[in-house]
Design a protein around this ligand. Sequence first.
Ligand code: ATP
Length: 437
Amino acid sequence: MAEIGPNRLETLVSLCKRRGFVFQSSEIYGGINAVYDFGPLGVRLRRRIRDLWWREMVDLRDDVEGLEAAILMNPTVWQASGHLANFSDPLVDCLGECHQRWRADHLEGDRCPNCGGPLSAVRQFNLMFKTFIGPLEDESAVVYLRPETAQGIFVNFKNVLGTSRQRVPFGIAQIGRSFRNEISTGNFVFRLRELEMMELEWFCTPGDDARWFDYWCAERIRWHQSLGLKPEHLRLRPHGEGEKAHYALASSDIEYLYPWGWAELEGIARRSDYDLRRHQEVSGKDLQYTDPATGQRFLPFVVEPSVGVDRTFLALLLDAYDEEEVRGETRVVLHLSPQVAPFQVAVLPLSNKPELTQVARTVEQELRRRFATEYDYTQSIGKRYRRQDEIGTPLAVTVDFDTLEDHAVTIRDRDSMEQVRVPLEHLEAMCAERLGQ
Ligand code: ATP
């Protein structure tokens, strides 16, 4: 087993580029810092992550509704939510040779970690990107790119409540892009300036929120494990007093053991009625909930599990990555769970003779209806197996000359590399069984 070490990230970055998971944004112009594009395989993996989250949080529950709010919002939202005043990180500049900028709360000691120079005093830097709406670039036209999707949910609380059949406790879920003008970036897609979040705002009776907080912490850890992340690489860490966001009563991070150490994968916060109360005050609209049984009116308390698609994507790839010695050669393999793997079954004709490719094409078309398949007839069979291992395809089906006689194919298992002969009529059932679906 390859150890989790500092080089693991670099190795993975190069695999992501080589195989088409992740590209630097606008690479031909030298890129842009902390912004990435996702290639054909990256898109597949990200869709799986989103779909699995949505299925778990919305489709399989009766008590959660979905929402897609716009990225641009009335700027008063950010004044009310406290983001204009408080959504900032402490910034220091190196006053020595390198002039690099740092997040003060990420530094140990009072010297520049890069050149050892002295550091400036700390100042607060707001992380929201500003732009203008309409043709005039003046103060009255300023709008912000949302730094979280949650506010879109809070300002739609009454709309969703009034149009759905929900009663407290219930949740509103949303997946979408957010933007944060992070001071210090790095670690690949871990800290981005354009990111994607999957957020649930869970509305409950005040006083019930501590219980729901524990419930969601347990649920969310279970979900990360269900994707295939190793339990020993996940932990729940309660925030200290100084760490909590401006809206939070309490919060915990689900952390993953990234190559540089434990770091936040998902944040779970008790937001109390902070957001609804602020929006009620500033908008002058009544955002209270009326309990149909008691007639009691109140602002619900909120528990929020919030997770980044990008950090999940990175954790899954890191966790799955392995290098093994096979007959004196290094085999790179992604042990991705079949539910997240970009492709589940690769169909490979042994050679590209038409009599084989025809059969292989038909086999692939059949399997495609049920599984994520890739048909590949290029290069030698050994190279094709290596590619499928490297992109994490759990099963490879090889069509060879015997297939024309015995109507059977070989299934090769990515993890064990075991090969078994399967009659074509049992192929679909066999794949389904092996993929656990
Ligand atoms: P950090 O302390 O690492 O800056 P945060 O506490 O600001 O993160 P939250 O506001 O809790 O993060 O955001 C919820 C989730 O959104 C995080 O757990 C993470 O998965 C994701 N996320 C936040 N900021 C970024 C970013 N810059 N790049 C990628 N994902 C991010």
